[in-house]
Design a protein around this ligand. Sequence first.
Ligand code: SAM
Length: 307
Amino acid sequence: MTLVSFAHPTISKIGDKHWFHEINDSFPGQSFGLEVVRILHHSQSAFQDILVFESATFGNVLVLNGIVQCTEKDEFAYQELITHVPVMCHEKPAKVLVIGGGDCGVVRELVKHLEDGVEEIVMVEIDRAVIDLSIKYLPNMAKFHNHPKVKIVIEDGFKFLERLSSLEDSGKYDVIITDSSDPEGPAQEFFDTGYYGLLKNALKPDGIVAMQSSENIWLNLPYLCDLLNKTSQVFSNVEYCQCYMPSYTSGQLGLVIASPAKSRDLKNPVKNFDDRKDLFKYYNSKVHEASFVLPTWAANALEKRTT
Ligand code: SAM
């Protein structure tokens, strides 16, 4: 696919270079841009528009419906925070479920916990094409897609959870991570109370969920207040944390961390691997705690949930 003849709403020629711009109604008046070196893949799957390109400075980039999902340069920040915050707060996160997560970055991070309590990893991804393309173009993220402890199910995560509605307690999960794309497209249902109810039903009473919030404090604070209000209708213990993420619009992404158990401390890990310097690139126990500390205006708004 030559760049010169390639047409896509996110790619334009400026001077003698081609640029990707994440232009989306969710981010009015601004867009994140990357210089494109070459187009690696473009297709319309049954669920979404899939673009993979090589960028000049962020490595290979996966884009779904025009929105950046991950870049090789900074993916570890998000993958590590959304995985290790819930897992490190749990004494024995034996059964872990990932909803979405087609790039397999969360699975890669979960495999690091097979020696400290994680026994079973199930990932439910709606679009097989995202997994296959990640194996090809994001090999460091997808390197454990065929690990013996990892079970990949190709199905709509919402429907998968609905089928679990009669689950016995013993079959329920200790940790559930929603690593979904943004609300436009097949992940739309993941940002509402119906989904949170299904999550709670599939979770042990002391379990923990982590969900990408799709917005951050700079972009849409009222949306975050609303999201936290909705989550609080279902879970009695709800917190918000965030990571630095240059390739997500506004340079940050927030996560909702929640549990039905009010007494569970979500802000402080119960385990500490800080002496194992090779294990994590972004996460450590201080980053865990600090990720819940917000600037004053945002902390006030989320606390009062008035905006
Ligand atoms: N880290 C990314 C972000 O925050 O933008 C998310 C990455 S991951 C690629 C998101 C995955 O969720 C995609 O592969 C998409 O196909 C999957 N997904 C979207 N809707 C889904 C659904 N209803 N069931 C299961 N997976 C879904």
